[in-house]
Design a protein around this ligand. Sequence first.
Ligand code: NAD
Ligand code: TDX
Length: 342
Amino acid sequence: MGRFLVTGGAGFIGSNFVHYLIRTTEHHVTVLDKLSYAANPASLAGLPTSRFELVVGDISDPGIVDQLVRSADVVVHYAAESHNDNSLFDPAPFLQSNIIGTYTLLEAARRHGTRFHHISTDEVYGDLALEDPARFTEATAYNPSSPYSATKAGSDLLVRAWVRSFGVAATISNCSNNYGPFQHVEKFIPRQITNVIDGIRPMLYGAGNNVRDWIHADDHSRAVLSIIERGRIGETYLIGANGERSNKDVVELILKQMGLPADSYDLVPDRPGHDLRYGIDSTKLRNELGWAPEYADFEAGLDATITWYREHEAWWRPQKAGTEARYMAQNNTSKKAPRTTP
Ligand code: NAD
Ligand code: TDX
């Protein structure tokens, strides 16, 4: 039995990981989360107080970080600003949380000799061509496109440097796009599901041809725990479930599963710098650690997710109007001429 410190545990993937740990292990879990706009403490409601506590604080605050990392056996670092569209509008919080926050945690792990697992994304590799059999592997060169993915790439490189220069016992995982319960309504799948519930037509950026490689959050959690338990220190593992789909396919499935004609969506202006395609080759994880996804059927997983959002309106409703207002403001801003001076 160990003491887990989970940063960002009130967000989407972090909260799914906390539920997974409580459900399948006997570990004690402390969440450190600053409860940003992206967090929802309701995602952690009902967890047993004997095994779980939430500490509200910032990962770039050295005082609270030192205290918590000192008393943990393992740090699982999920906390980040996570939304590409927001990073195009205001990159500053991404630098603060994703770079300075990761640095602050690494320094504490170094001081106290604490095992560290860093959660990252396939977006650090940039994108792939649409009609191309190639997929990302652990050997693919870093080539991030957005301020978000650049700060995640930077945080990965900090972890690698702290392993090599200071002997921090760290591993890294880069996962593809997650779906499942507790995902913020700003993200693609929950945005479209809750739009349909509200009678708003789903919105596809550009022509909707961009491809994402979908994985259920529970499959991500199982992979992360197996890396913590059995992964080799200093190594990077890619996590993906062979779930490539175009955005248009996903919207058509949502519409079909929610009883609407498959073409009742709108095409809206594209995201600047929009990555075309992500695709993960997770052979290393599968061969070394024996991991395989349990949610092999994306359509069934999507259907369960639609049901979850239908049944948990009280969870997402408070964030819906503000999220759509933020999108409106960002679209207005992106129509202005780009600034030429900093
Ligand atoms: P999210 O935005 O839903 O949650 C992030 C959480 O981190 C929030 O609860 C927020 O309050 C917290 N947080 C942010 N900055 C903080 C700070 N400075 N101090 C303390 N807490 C802070 O994000 P998510 O989608 O759950 O992503 C979690 C992690 O997984 C991120 O590191 C992201 O890069 C990575 N990831 C996400 C995906 C995906 O599909 N969503 C895929 C691969 C990797
Ligand atoms: O309204 C929309 N319409 C649309 O077409 C939104 C919100 C998105 N999209 C497109 C953009 C992407 O091609 O859908 C795709 C998925 O968009 P997001 O949910 O914003 O995810 P993405 O940009 O792919 O990044 C996600 O996966 C990798 C997470 O947000 C990141 O945190 C993770 O690192």
